[in-house]
Design a protein around this ligand. Sequence first.
Ligand SMILES: Cc1cc2nc3c(=O)[nH]c(=O)nc-3n(C[C@H](O)[C@H](O)[C@H](O)COP(=O)(O)OP(=O)(O)OC[C@H]3O[C@@H](n4cnc5c(N)ncnc54)[C@H](O)[C@@H]3O)c2cc1C
Length: 273
Amino acid sequence: MIETIVIGAGLTGLTIARQTKALVFEKSRGVGGRIATRRIEDQRFDHGLPYWPCNVKAKKIHDGSQCELGLTSIAKELARGLDIRFEERVLKIIKTDSGWTLQTDKGTFESKNVVLTAPVPQALELLSASGFEINPLWNVEYYKSLVGLYRLSIGPQEKSQEWDGHEIVFQREKGMCPDGISFIASPEFSDKWFDRSDEEILIELNKLLTKRLGQRKIRHQELKKWRYSMSKSVSTKPYLEVAPRLFLAGDGFLFSGVEGALSSAETLLREKF
Ligand SMILES: Cc1cc2nc3c(=O)[nH]c(=O)nc-3n(C[C@H](O)[C@H](O)[C@H](O)COP(=O)(O)OP(=O)(O)OC[C@H]3O[C@@H](n4cnc5c(N)ncnc54)[C@H](O)[C@@H]3O)c2cc1C
């Protein structure tokens, strides 16, 4: 019997797993979750969280210095030495006499404690497939995000900028791709265009980009879609104990974003482990 299983290798899951020595299941190929760095033609772009928020006092995790290897390097550091099973999705969580059985797409595992750290709507889907009904969390909501990644001609003085809820981040300011930008579309735009094809979305993003920066020669463009990016409304509690020793934690609790993820993880560790 495993002592603790954590579902998800994002900031919340890794923070909890480091302290509890948990076994981690992660459905994707790498760590970080919404802290995500992508390589394009040998250059790095952050296409999830754009900056480490300066209001977050997590000195232990990140000292606020530049991350030339991308923000994922923070998650990689946290993940060092942990037992993480990648590309293994948890499908069901079942109560047993001595704890919990987890069914993944690769096997079955027994554990005393389970911590689920997926964005709340995904966590609720998994719990619902497992026979739980969690009414108090249906009002936790997330923004959608459409993020365009571009390599284009850039002037030496150009700086990251925000307007009408959109954000352009020049990757060179973070020591990464010298001619790369990420264009994080506003929540309104992302909501409106999310279900359209990548081609249609990129055409619209390019129009906005040209309006803002003027005509540019684009060397490369691609799109990343986040159905859940930053939490918009959160639970008033720091975590939820769904049933004895089955916990939900993450950025849907207490505060949104990185601050919520860390404070949820730290409070859960302090109070229950
Ligand atoms: C475009 C964008 C911009 C953002 N901007 C900001 C910002 O400015 N400020 C800020 O504070 N925050 C921002 N955020 C949000 C911030 O990145 C998140 O709050 C934080 O990374 C959440 O971490 P987490 O570990 O709670 O969740 P996640 O990073 O989502 O980790 C959950 C993990 O669980 C895995 N998982 C889910 N279901 C299963 C399953 N069934 N089995 C196995 N694994 C599973 C997922 O693959 C994922 O890796 C932004 C996010 C995005 C995408």
